[in-house]
Write a protein that binds this ligand. Structure first.
Ligand SMILES: Nc1nc2c(c(=O)[nH]1)N=C([C@H](O)[C@@H](O)CO)CN2
Length: 120
């Protein structure tokens, strides 16, 4: 399946399980790969037939910046459902990195989820 991707989308959110984390905003970095047949859009050279990565990016930024979850797992799961429902995306892979959570983890910690994809 073709994919439309968004990489390194940075957003600040209230995210964390500890009391001190409930009072601050922390940086998250999102990587998103969305299954999409690009051939109809390519055949007609028509954005209305494409999965608009700018529109998805803006919706993700709006949602995450307004969210307030304890776990990155919860945010990832809710966000995946939202994207699939609102943009008719049949399957996706989402990586949420919380760069500052474990200072010794130089490239961050977080979760990777896949939804709507059959296991081969
Ligand atoms: N699997 C997870 N582990 C941890 C999470 C999380 O969301 N998922 N969160 C924390 C704390 O909020 C941490 O980020 C504070 O530094 C710990 N472990």
């Amino acid at each position: 399946m073709d994919q439309v991707f968004i990489r390194g989308l940075e957003v600040q959110a209230v995210i964390g399980a500890y009391d001190w984390e409930r009072t601050i905003r922390q940086r998250l970095v999102l990587d998103l790969e969305m299954d999409w047949d690009i051939r109809p859009a390519a055949a007609d050279d028509d954005l209305t037939l494409a999965l608009d990565y700018a529109a998805v990016s803006q919706r993700v930024l709006d949602y995450v910046s307004a969210s307030s979850f304890e776990l990155v797992e919860t945010l990832a799961d809710r966000l995946a459902t939202l994207i699939m429902e609102e943009f008719s995306v049949p399957g996706l892979r989402l990586v949420i990195t919380k760069p500052g959570a474990v200072p010794e983890a130089r490239r961050g910690v977080g979760v990777i989820i896949e939804r709507g994809r059959s296991r081969a």
